[in-house]
Ligand binder design. Sequence first.
Ligand SMILES: [Zn+2]
Length: 230
Amino acid sequence: MPSPGRLGGAPAFLKTRSQGLLGEDARGCRVAASSLSLTGVKGETVNIERIENGIREVLAGFGEDALNPEVLANTPRRVAQMYAEFFSQLRVDPAEALGVVYDESYDEMIVLKDIPFFSICEHHLLPFMGTADVVYIPQGRRIVGASKLARVVDIAAARPQLQERLTSQIADALVERLDPLGVLVRLEATHLCMTLRGVKKAGSSMVTSALRGSFHKNPASRQEALSLIM
Ligand SMILES: [Zn+2]
């Protein structure tokens, strides 16, 4: 591992969470500890220092002679902080986002559609982005606020992901927390790993769905849900 000094001085602010303090970045700006090692609700963090060291190695692989010195000095830290932000919910259970459940006698379909989301594909660490539709049929007077449904999508997306798994995790969070009669989740997303590299199919999108309960068992109720979101 190259010594940080080689790159014009290690950013003094890069302290581990156990050191836990305010520090200074290369321009002397004060940076709050919370932005250095973003903390999930269970107190776990990503290791910013290790990510930074890894990115420094990636740049070395590109060839340090071909890169601007500013890039060598500051990009590893910027990228590490970016990943810390992207993956800030890495250890948060999406079901926790549903929080308070309202006691309300409503037993028809509830639909929240066109929820924008972005995530990072775990195969290439490139973004994929699109919209999510969430449909459920409550039972036992358990419903949640619409913003909580969007929050489940955000939390499940804030980690290295596969679109298929993301779709299932959103559906399973609702099942776990609300025990509804049925859940349907549909995601449509564009993957940069497919449009920028490999087969380079710009404009293509991938659709995934997860069906639980009555939407799984009953084609008529599934059709009704799909007609509401399509
Ligand atoms: Zn990918």
